[in-house]
Design a protein around this ligand. Sequence first.
Ligand SMILES: *Cc1c(COP(=O)(O)O)cnc(C)c1O
Length: 378
Amino acid sequence: MTRAYNFSPGPATIPEAVLQQAADEMLDWRGTGMSVMEMSHRGADYAPVIEEAQADLRKLLGLPTDYAVLFMQGGALAENAIVPLNMLRGKPVADYVDTGTWSLKSIAEASRYAQVNVIASSKGDGYASVPKQGEWRPTKDAAYVHICGNETIGGVEYHWTPDVAALYDGLGGEVPPLVSDMSSHILSRPVDVSRYGLIYGGAQKNVSMAGLTFVIVRRDLLGRAHPLCPTAFDYQVVADNDSMFNTPPTYAIYLAGLVFKWLLARPAATGRPDLSPLAVMESLNVEKAALLYEALDASTFYETRVAVEDRSRMNVTFRLHDDALTMPFVVAAAAAGMKGLKGHRVVGGIRASIYNAMPRAGVEALIAFMREFERTHG
Ligand SMILES: *Cc1c(COP(=O)(O)O)cnc(C)c1O
C-alpha cells in the first residue's frame, strides 16, 4: 500500500494513525460485535463516543463552561442560513466582512434573512488580504459581525482577532458578538474562544470526514431563534438535546473523536510535553507554511499574490507564471503521489492545503517536486 500526499482542500487528508484505528475497529468496536456505524445513537455503546468527542474538543479549545458545543449537519453553507436564523434575535441588521469566495457566499445567504451591511471588503485588491480593522465601518445595533477566519479558496487568513468592543463601543449601541466561519483553520492553532460569540464550520477540512458540522456558541445567545427556524437547526434545541434532537452523523463524530485524541497526544508524541496540543500544531503548521512560502518567494517561476501578513497557513495558493503549465504541473504532481493540488475553479492556479494531518515530509516532497518541475520546464 502506498498512501498519496493529499493536498485536497476538503474532504481532506486525515491522520494515517486515525484511519488505521478506524480500520482496526471497523467490524467490532471494543468487543461490542458491531461497527460504530451500526449502533443506535441513543444506545449505551454509542454514548461514550459522542460524550468523549465533546469533552475532548472542549479540552483542546480550553472552552469556558458558558459555551456549548453542538454537532450538527448541513455544512458551513447551511450555517450561512442557520446563523442569521439564530443570531439576529429580532434585530434587522447584521455586519459582514468580505474577504473572498466564502464570505461572499455567507453574505448572499444571510441577505435572505437580514439587512446585511458589508462593513469592509478586500475586493479592491483581488482578495489578496484581510481588511485592516481601522478600515471597518461598523453599524450601530448590528445583531452580530461575521468574518471568515480562513478563506480556503483565496488562501487568506486572519492572524489577529477583531476587537469588536473597540469597533462598536463608540457607536452607542450594544457590542455585537463576533461570528467566525472557521471551517478550514479550527484546531490549527490556539484560539481565545472568549473573543467570539459563535464559531462554526464543516468538519471535513481539519476535524473529520464530511457530514459533520461543528458549532461553538456562547450560551447567552441561545433561545431567540427566528420563529421560522427549522427546529432541528435551532441552536437552543440542539444544545438542550446534547446534539441528539435527531440522529447525528454518528460515524463522523466517532472519527472526529479519534482525531481529537490524536491531537491530544501530539505534545508527547512530538517531544514537546510542555506545550498545549494546539500550540504544538501551531508551531508545526507555521514551520510547514514557512517552508512552502519561502520556496515560492525564492522563485520567479511561481508566484503567490497574497499579502505576506495575511497568508494562510492552511491553504497556500499560487500560480505558475506560464499558466499553460498549470495542468501539466497538477498531472505530474499527481503521478508523483501528490494529489489535490489544482486550484479552485473560481480562481485557478495551484492550491496546496496543508492541514494538521499533512506531515512536514509531504510539504518537503512538494517543494522538491516544484524545484524539479521548474528545472525541467523553466
Ligand atoms: C469548505 C468551506 C465551506 C463550505 O463548507 P460545506 O461543508 O461544503 O458547506 C464554507 N466555508 C469555508 C471557509 C470552507 O472552507
